[in-house]
Design a protein around this ligand. Structure first.
Ligand SMILES: [Zn+2]
Length: 85
């Protein structure tokens, strides 16, 4: 199964955050770390649109947060169309 590409808009919409833009990446508060009280600086989740829409939580060992959030976003996005379902 090919991985559907994430866009910055999708991430912003899902997280309800604008994110903080740096050169080549955007930083967000990780909602999964937040739920555990582990993202006080609000910068754990990194999104790199120019690397194929890579979403990654920088807090180890929570590296799978990016993948979980990616799947949640895709699930929500798919709600609107029945393509390939
Ligand atoms: Zn996280």
């Amino acid at each position: 199964m090919t991985k559907q590409r994430l866009t910055l808009e999708m991430v912003q919409k899902y997280l309800g955050q604008e994110g903080k833009k740096y050169n080549g990446y955007v930083v967000f508060e990780c909602p999964l770390c937040k739920a555990e009280g582990n993202d006080q600086k609000k910068h754990n989740l990194v999104f790199r649109e120019n690397k194929g829409g890579l979403l990654k939580c920088m807090r180890k060992p929570n590296d799978n947060h990016g993948q979980k959030i990616y799947e949640a976003i895709m699930k929500k996005e798919r709600g609107g169309n029945n393509e390939l379902l």
